[in-house]
Write a protein that binds this ligand. Structure first.
Ligand SMILES: C[S@@+](CC[C@H](N)C(=O)[O-])C[C@H]1O[C@@H](n2cnc3c(N)ncnc32)[C@H](O)[C@@H]1O
Length: 225
């Protein structure tokens, strides 16, 4: 299948009524997954986003301070990238899975004619590639690198959203997440933000500080100036 210039040899992606869907066979029969920015929970959240959100605090958004440039090193379905974009940041979003990258591009294309479209188009640049290799090539270096690797599968199925279960079926676990954080720390000018489940241990050494969300936590590693 060719989709937006990328040739996909995937039996999991389907084009349905002009939208790209991921369909993963599963015991619990969860439905198809799309990257969605306009409708539903994500659209609702994007339209109400404010700087006091945990992710905004974690990347360092403050009144009167210039907006940071961000590399989202683990773009997935692009929700964090979109949230940062509506909060004002320019984001380069790297995703290494061709299937997930294609879903992300499709979601942004489909949002183009919505109220959020111009902003998302202007502020998010998607890239297919592995951040461990690509991050050092980003020039000028970003102020902030966000890392949100796939988390180990410890929660009960009922508590893991269908998007994450489907994503896991395609990309597995990100076993090289610590290597990614190490590269991020050498490239970010201001800080690296690692998104973790609320009760999980930090991925690497103790962070400079933590920002707690409802179900997630952001571990912030400040670069020494
Ligand atoms: C938990 S998901 C990210 C979800 C994302 N934050 C969102 O808001 O939709 C992790 C994603 O990061 C991708 N990923 C992990 N390591 C990567 C790397 N080194 N380079 C690029 N993508 C990576 C995985 O393929 C997966 O799609």
């Amino acid at each position: 299948m060719e989709f937006w210039g990328v040739v996909l040899n995937s039996s999991l992606l389907f084009e349905v009524e002009g939208r790209l869907e991921l369909r993963v066979p599963s015991e619990d029969g969860h439905g198809p997954v799309r990257a969605e920015f306009v409708e539903g929970r994500v659209g609702w959240r994007l339209r109400r986003a404010g700087r006091s959100q945990a992710i905004g605090k974690a990347v360092g958004l403050k009144k009167g301070k210039p907006l940071p440039s961000v590399v989202d090193a683990t773009a997935g379905l692009g929700r964090d990238s979109a949230l940062l974009a509506v909060l004002g940041c320019n984001v380069i979003a790297f995703e290494r899975s061709p299937e997930i990258h294609a879903l992300l591009v499709d979601g942004l294309r489909s949002a183009a004619d919505s109220d959020l479209g111009p902003l998302l188009r202007e502020r998010i640049a998607t890239r297919l590639g592995d951040s461990i290799e690509e991050l050092p090539t980003v020039s000028p270096g970003p102020d902030v690198v966000l890392v949100d690797p796939m988390h180990p599968n410890r929660r009960s199925k009922a508590k893991v959203r269908k998007e994450m279960r489907a994503l896991r079926a395609v990309v597995g676990e990100d076993c090289d997440a610590k290597d990614l954080v190490a590269v991020a720390l050498s490239c970010a000018k201001d800080r690296v933000v690692v998104k973790r489940p609320a009760k999980a241990a930090p991925l690497i050494l103790a962070p400079s500080f933590q920002v707690e969300g409802k179900t997630v936590r952001f571990d912030v590693y400040l670069r020494e100036s």
